[in-house]
Write a protein that binds this ligand. Structure first.
Ligand SMILES: [Zn+2]
Length: 135
């Protein structure tokens, strides 16, 4: 890699100069603002529906009818029916609403390797990274 300003090879810094991100050498870095690169994470956390949610919903509903409970929480009964059966994954918005209201755990955090999430990161991976991930 060469400095995008003077062409010198060596250690490069990511610098924002007049709004443009450039990779420049330490000498040229003084022309702009150094951008700190985020640490590369191998794991990405995503929110996923709690697999226990259908059970939790049925427990929350108790002896109430589905129609009754759905009206109470302001969701279409057709959705509730599917959620209780586990036929449909609850969307995050509704899941958060229920979490807030009932103090249940509707969503769980799941760690997945970045390579599966971001296509962009995959391109940047070197062979070493791939081997490391498989360990
Ligand atoms: Zn330079």
């Amino acid at each position: 890699m060469q400095c995008e300003i003077c062409g010198k090879e060596g250690k490069l810094l990511k610098v924002r100069i007049e709004g443009v991100l450039l990779s420049v050498c330490e000498d040229c870095a003084k022309f702009g603002e150094v951008v700190r690169e985020k640490k590369k994470r191998k794991e990405e956390k995503v929110l996923e529906m709690n697999p226990e949610l259908p059970k939790i919903l049925r427990r929350l509903r108790g002896k109430k009818k589905q129609e009754e409970f759905a009206r109470e929480v302001n969701i279409p009964v057709s959705l509730l029916r599917k959620w209780e059966l586990g036929d449909l994954v609850m969307d995050i918005k509704n899941a958060k609403k229920l979490e807030k209201r009932f103090g249940i755990k509707a969503l769980v955090e799941k760690e997945i390797p970045c390579v599966k999430v971001k296509g962009k990161m995959k391109e940047k991976l070197t062979l070493g990274d791939v081997v490391e991930l498989k360990e």
